[in-house]
Structure formats: structure tokens, C-alpha cells
Ligand binder design. Structure first.
Ligand code: TRP
Length: 333
């Protein structure tokens, strides 16, 4: 049986952090054998906010390098830049004819942008979900691993697929579903205890895959704690829970159990726990950072990888486009 098709776009902005690693990349890595995966850096989507061209370009190379260093294998998945697959634009255009301005204006992410940047409400921003649908439908993607914030966009992709099918051919596009990792997905909170770990909120409470060892240590030691529990088997505050989540991901089960016991019998010393966590975190991140750094020194190697990825993506995309053109009636030869 052929493998199910998985498609996902990676944002090209900001440095990757632990939240990205455990929330997304690690899941991509787990999928690469069982599914036919198309993973790309969404550089076109980034253009909605007019990034500096040099920075955008550097970011694309960096994000690719960080993803490969984290375990994505370009031999197993198609790893590419969105803009290297021009078929995307063609499907984007066809889908735009089926997307209504009214529904696009109602999308919460669009309304947020409208509020945040009233001076830059461009048509690309409005049709962001159409471009995203094109990315997915281009490969007839069935499953899309995305976070909660993207679920509405995915629902729109299903609507566009359905609309296309109803108008032209009932079976052409599958309606892509969110790929859920259920309980396996680890949620990482910011080290200041406020919300999710994020690249835009408090960077001192976010551990980046590019952080140097001493930066990791410093950030870990500053993580929010308190006086410690005064009664045995107390309920853990969420910021302490988060430290245990981190311990669970980078330390040994023995270390984890020891600190858990000392929490439960009120003898825990958070300073010691953070020191241990910092060291284990350094051990965990160092090889990823070094590999990513090494890859970024070799743009030729990255170019080769992304070119091969784009070739795989274009092979699948051109079939879809050929079929779509025929159905719509814009084919003459
Ligand atoms: N919009 C997604 C994000 O901000 C990135 C993205 C672009 C994407 N195209 C996609 C995700 C297609 C999944 C499928 O994270």
C-alpha cells in the first residue's frame, strides 16, 4: 500500500527553540518513515510582512539547517523552499477563484493582523489561507501536522478542496485533516512561567537551539521557582511542572525520579535541580547547535539538499496541476 501523504510548512522567521523542537520537529522526525512527507520552508508566506531580503534568505538557510540538525532526513522526506515549487503559484491562482473575500476577512488570524498592522493589510495577507491550501493540495496531502493556531486555516483548505471537487470532479482533492500527535506532544512553557515558550515573547525565558552553553545555563538558572512545597505530595505549580517536563525530555529517568521524590517529601532544592537540568540541556542541545552551525557554513550543501527536495516536490506538484488545468478547462494541447 502506498504511504499516506503528509504536508507541512515551516515558518522562516526567528530561531528555533525548545518549544518548536518538542512541539513540531520531533514529530516530523517520527513521521518520516511511515509517511510520504513534504516539508518546506514557507518563504512566500513570510513576504506578507515585507522582510529584509538578505535576512529572509539567511533565515531560510538557517531554518533548513536547524531542521536537518534536529533529525529531519532529506533522503527520507522532500525538504524544500516553497518558492522553488512554482506550481504552488498556479494552484494558488486557481483556488483564489473559489475563495470568497467575505470568508477570508472573517479569519481570526487575518483580523489580528488587521489590528496589529492596519497600515499593511495587503491582499497576500488576506489570501494567506489560500496559499496554505495550495501548498497542501498541490501534493494531495491527507494529513497536516500543525498547531492549534493553524487549525482554522486547515478547515479553509478543506472547504476549498470541497468546493473545487463539487464544481469540477468529486474525487480530485482529498480533504486534508489535522495530524494529531495526541498525548505524545510535549508542551513547553516559557521559563518565566508565562505562557508558551516563544520566539517573540521573553527571549530570556526561551531556550533556542542556537544558544551557546553558558547562555543555556544562565537561562535555566533564572527559571521561575518558589520556596518549595511545605506539605508532602503537594500539587505542583505549572512552572515547576514545566521543569519536570524538561527533565523528562533531556535527563535520565533516574534523575527525574530522584527530584520527583524530593519534591514529594519537601526536600527539593530547586537550585540543584536547575543545575542538573542545565547540564543535561547543554548535552542535549550542543550536538544540534554544532551540526546546524556546520551546515550553515556550507550553503552549497544546503542548496543541493533543497534543490533535490524541490525536484521531488515538483514531480508530485506537476501531476496535480496537469489534472487541475484539465478539469478547469485551461489546457489546449
Ligand atoms: N501557516 C503555517 C504557520 O504559520 C505555515 C504553513 C504554510 C503551513 N503553509 C503550510 C503549515 C501548509 C502546514 C501546511 O505555521
Amino acid at each position: 500500500m502506498s504511504k499516506e501523504i503528509v504536508v507541512s510548512g515551516i515558518r522562516s522567521t526567528g530561531h528555533l527553540h525548545l518549544g518548536n523542537y518538542f512541539g513540531a520537529i520531533q514529530n516530523y522526525v517520527k513521521m518520516q518513515d511511515a509517511y510520504n512527507c513534504f516539508f518546506f520552508v514557507a518563504d512566500y508566506h513570510a513576504l506578507t510582512t515585507h522582510p529584509d531580503p538578505k535576512e529572509l534568505r539567511a533565515n531560510v538557510f538557517r531554518v533548513l539547517a536547524e531542521n536537518i540538525a534536529s533529525g529531519l532526513d532529506p533522503e527520507k522526506v522532500a525538504l524544500y523552499a516553497q518558492s522553488d515549487v512554482p506550481e504552488t503559484n498556479e494552484l494558488y491562482l486557481l483556488l483564489n477563484m473559489l475563495a470568497y473575500v467575505g470568508e477570508l476577512e472573517k479569519v481570526p488570524t487575518f483580523k489580528d493582523k488587521l489590528r496589529q498592522h492596519p497600515d499593511n493589510v495587503n491582499a497576500g495577507l488576506l489570501t494567506y489561507p489560500v496559499l496554505m491550501a495550495a501548498d497542501i493540495l498541490l501534493h494531495k496531502g491527507a494529513k497536516v501536522p500543525v498547531g492549534k493556531d493553524q487549525e482554522q486555516h486547515l478547515e479553509m483548505a478543506r472547504n476549498f478542496a470541497h468546493r473545487f471537487n463539487t464544481r469540477y470532479n468529486e474525487e480530485f482533492f482529498p480533504e486534508p485533516q489535522v495530524f494529531r500527535f495526541s498525548d505524545e506532544t510535549v508542551k513547553i512553557m516559557s521559563l518565566d512561567g508565562i505562557g508558551k515558550m516563544s520566539k517573540s515573547e521573553n527571549v530570556n525565558a526561551t531556550i533556542f537551539l542556537s544558544d551557546a552553553d553558558d547562555v543555556i545555563r544562565k537561562k535555566m538558572m533564572k527559571a521561575k521557582t518558589d520556596q518549595g512545597p511545605t506539605e508532602p505530595n503537594s500539587v505542583m505549580p505549572d512552572y515547576i511542572q514545566n521543569l519536570f517536563v524538561l527533565l523528562n525530555t533531556v535527563s535520565t529517568p533516574e534523575v527525574n525520579a530522584t527530584f520527583r521524590d524530593s519534591f514529594n517529601n519537601c526536600s527539593i532544592r530547586y537550585g540543584d535541580m536547575k543545575k542538573q537540568l542545565a547540564e543535561d540541556m547543554v548535552t542535549f542541545i550542543t550536538p544540534i547547535r554544532e551540526k546546524a552551525f556546520e551546515l550553515q557554513q556550507d550553503h552549497d550543501a544546503l542548496r543541493k539538499i533543497m534543490k533535490e527536495g524541490a525536484e521531488k516536490a515538483r514531480a508530485s506538484a506537476s501531476k496535480t496541476i496537469e489534472g487541475a488545468r484539465k478539469l478547469v478547462g485551461v489546457n489546449y494541447y
